[in-house]
Design a protein around this ligand. Sequence first.
Ligand code: KG4
Ligand code: ZN
Length: 354
Amino acid sequence: MGLTFLGIESSCDDTAAAVVREDRTILASVVAGQTSLHADFGGVVPEIAARAHAEKLDICVEEALRKAGLRLSDLDGIAVTAGPGLIGGVLSGVMLAKGLAAGSGLPLIGVNHLAGHALTPRLTDGIGYPYLMLLVSGGHCQFLSVAGPEQFTRLGGTIDDAPGEAFDKVAKLLGLPQPGGPAVEAAARAGDPRRFALPRPLLDRPGCDLSFSGLKTAVLRQRDALAAAQGGLHEQDRADLCASFEAVVADVLAEKTRRALALAPAPALAVAGGVAANQSLRTALQTVAAEAGATFLAPPLQLCTDNAAMIAWAGIESYLAGRRDGMDLAARPRWPLDQRAAPMLGAGKRGAKA
Ligand code: KG4
Ligand code: ZN
């Protein structure tokens, strides 16, 4: 059974608490989303997010403990996302965690949100080190070679938008609802992925860096050209644009994954983040993994997207590796996993991209 940790997550627009055991059992995982609070603004509003976290965090923690059937005194530690993310939300979580740790005398572990995502396949599938992780969400996009709980090498990442952001923007400019990923995927089912020749960004450049902002602009241009030529978009045009866009995203991510696996060969390829829900991307990555003789792992969706179970788990792994944090634990808006890698650009609507 081993250690039992409480995890707390509040770095973007989900308030979450979870109780996880060292034997990989998730005793409780509570996620309170804020989508409706931000719906009118076309993106996450940091001030609104921070306020909602401050209101919901203790309720989520209480609910997680109740569902796990445990009290604070039954736990072995408290893990909290200490960055990267929207600073108001991260601060809310860190303050609550410090209060709980001070009151209970439990050890406090500050977890990097990206480490939480990156270590998820160890929680869900118990895989060993090393492995290659592709993190693709609304705020993140990077290739990580994972060699230990705090040993990450960043092989490449986006130089502008994250792929989820691109899905959301494409949905918006085609008049589809948010979040854009599922809407674009649904529309693409009836579409022809070869109708529009969209650019395949950075494919001609060596390495694993990615770019999605030009692709989104190319969709915008095609839309405007169609609208000018025929006075508007037909249902089929929309479907074909979605299918063409989705195919390029899957293609480019697959090719860059091929390169990442060549740079850092690993027995397993894992994917995490909301965009990992995309079926054509999953299929493309599965093919790449098979070619390289690697196992392909995609955690269940509720553990791909933001949650606190991954934070509790990363906390357990760091604790076992000897990490302890004190009351001086800082909340960090930026916190690159791989300190040696060149810093990433932009801070994005959905939080830090570090
Ligand atoms: O990981 P996540 O829930 O939140 C953060 O970004 O932290 O990811 C949300 C992103 C959104 O941009 C959403 O449009 C995208 O994941 N997404 C998808 C799909 N489902 C969600 N993108 C493509 N295809 C999908 N099926
Ligand atoms: Zn995340």
